[in-house]
Design a binder for this molecule. Structure first.
Ligand code: ZN
Ligand code: ZN
Ligand code: ZN
Length: 364
């Protein structure tokens, strides 16, 4: 992506914030604003300062300055280095107005904020929660295509994993297969590889453990990471051998709930109403108490970010928002089912960025 697009984003962010300036430390906000993702986030201060009427400035440890200049330099952004032994908060403080009020990114460590409060005692600081993540929530065409490519890679990994052996192997072995497949399909980073077999599938937060997968198990697969800087996140539930009647029924209810929520996606609908559509299908099938999490979350330069499709979220969808739709049913001590696709809201409704089949697949 061109430097001019990053410059536009920095200008938009500066205008959107109520505060006079913005201070952004490493994390998704920094990546989105200027393209810089430090190889390691450490106690050494890195901070981007955006103020109206002047060029944005990035302060980095001097040893990381060449990396930062390569990733984010040139154009309007200037990069300055601070040297070990100096006080980086004093250095950053020289850039700030003594009585200025600054918005800070959610990911800023307390270490850094407290250091700033010490070096600029007259300054004021406020969270940018309602500004930066909401700007990031609406993707442009370039970002949607990056997310579509990440989704296609996750789809391909799922198709491949249907061919591996499940029965007799541990969950963590299948999780290893998923990580390898995501990497083979172009992911630079694997964030999670959930393999929840049998009763473990009933715990939505189960990752993958030592349990040996049995013939007759339902297995929840939920995996994703980053490809070319943008996220993937897909869930499918498979069955080892021929499924039983209740397993088929529960899977079909989740598939219908996911489809109904997808069909509800359109500009203007409140996030909570998409959640309600999925919940209504599951409730009317008698499994309402077993759908124990929100319907979805946004995705972009991270795999979890606003908007959240959850009761109480009145935010209306707008074209360009990308999010998961991932209803589930979790029967304690027995099994779980979750089906998840990434969806983008377009002018004419939803577009799935995961298009691999959602029918209950049988594995060996
Ligand atoms: Zn079974
Ligand atoms: Zn997921
Ligand atoms: Zn998800």
């Amino acid at each position: 992506m061109g430097r001019d697009e990053y410059e536009r984003r920095m200008v938009r962010a500066g205008r959107a914030a109520a505060e006079a300036g913005l201070i952004v430390t490493p994390g998704p906000d920094l990546v989105w604003l200027c393209g810089y993702r430090p190889t390691a986030v450490t106690e050494r201060l890195t901070a981007l300062v955006i103020e109206p009427g002047r060029a944005p400035r990035l302060l980095v440890p001097v040893l990381e300055r060449p990396d930062a200049e390569r990733a984010a330099g040139a154009g309007a952004l200037t990069v300055a280095g601070w040297t070990d032994g100096a006080d980086p908060y004093v250095e950053l403080g020289k850039w700030l107005a003594p009585q200025g009020r600054y918005g800070v990114s959610d990911g800023m460590w307390a270490l850094h904020l407290l250091g700033l409060q010490r070096s600029v005692p007259g300054g004021g600081y406020a969270a940018l929660t309602e500004v930066l993540p909401m700007l990031r929530a609406v993707k442009d065409a370039y970002e949607v295509e990056r997310l579509a490519a990440a989704g296609a890679a996750a789809d391909a990994a799922y198709q491949d994993v249907l061919g591996v052996r499940f029965a007799g192997r541990r969950e963590c072995d299948v999780a290893g297969d998923l990580a390898r497949l995501l990497t083979e399909h172009g992911h630079s980073q694997v964030d999670f590889t959930v393999v929840g077999s049998g009763p473990n599938g009933a715990n939505p937060h189960h990752e993958a453990g030592e349990r040996v997968i049995q013939d007759g198990d339902m297995v929840v697969l939920d995996f994703g990471g980053l490809k070319d800087g943008y996220g993937s996140d897909i869930s499918r539930t498979v069955h080892v051998g021929e499924p039983g009647a209740e397993e088929r029924t529960v899977h079909e209810v989740v598939r219908e709930a996911q489809q109904a929520a997808f069909e509800a996606v359109r500009p203007g609908i409140a996030c909570q109403d998409v959640d309600r559509v999925a919940r209504r299908v599951i409730k009317s099938a008698g499994y309402g108490e077993y759908f124990i999490h929100r319907t979805g979350h946004g995705i972009g330069v991270t795999t979890h970010e606003p908007p959240y499709l959850v009761e109480g979220e009145h935010l209306p969808l707008v074209p360009g928002m990308c999010f998961s739709i991932e209803p589930g049913i979790y029967l304690p001590g027995r099994f779980g089912v979750r089906i998840e696709d990434i969806v983008v809201c377009t002018e004419s409704g939803g577009r799935r960025l995961n298009v691999t089949g959602r029918a209950l697949a049988v594995v060996a």
